[in-house]
Design a binder for this molecule. Sequence first.
Ligand SMILES: [Zn+2]
Length: 254
Amino acid sequence: MVHAEGDERAVWRLLAPGVFVAQVPSLKLNVTAVAGAEGFVLVDTGSYERETRGLLAGLSDVLDEHGLPDRAVMVVNTHGHFDHCYGNAEVLRRHPEALVLGHEGLPRYLARYGEEGRADAVSYGMPAEDMAAVRIVPPNRLLAVGGAHRVDLGGVEVQVYAPGRGHTGCDLVVRVPSADVLIAGDLLEESAPPSYGPDSFPAEWPATLARVLRPPAGLIVPGHGAVVDHAFALRQMEYVEARRAAPPEAPPSQ
Ligand SMILES: [Zn+2]
């Protein structure tokens, strides 16, 4: 049987102890799994069902190679854009017991912008049929701004923070202290400059990023592109600082 591109098993690589990263070729999107003896936390879920199925199939392989259980304890959505959370339904189909953690504003954001996101995805090259079939599933566990959520996966602790507004009003970041890894979502990007949209908060982004970068992490997984270091993140902070006063394309809508 010939499989379409989105059916392919994603290639995952071990970034640091307990931390695996897969890059989805189309947008150089990074999807990260933090795994321990109790299961894994998946950070972001891809754009549509077939893509997410390929991500989960590849993850299953790499977890098996490392003797780790193929059990999702939790999903984290770093924000509400299609590439980061429209795979939630497929993850839950395969792992119905998983919590889906998002910013407290994310259900409202998805109710307001979810359909626009579906259209955006097609304009970014996602297959129209696949995007039409997506069931947009909001998180079932919410994190308030300034809040933290910790999960012990058995020797590997995952910390999720809601650091404030920047790329969107619903940004979350993830830290894995034992591996010295920060997963920054689209507050940082490597393959393109940080992305500003009508749902961005340019004036607040620099301070949010400053909070995210304390303390410095050895390895930083940006939303898109190659893994970076703290020096790269500081340079990108200068970029968002310079754009602090630049008006967004349309008034912030939340
Ligand atoms: Zn993105």
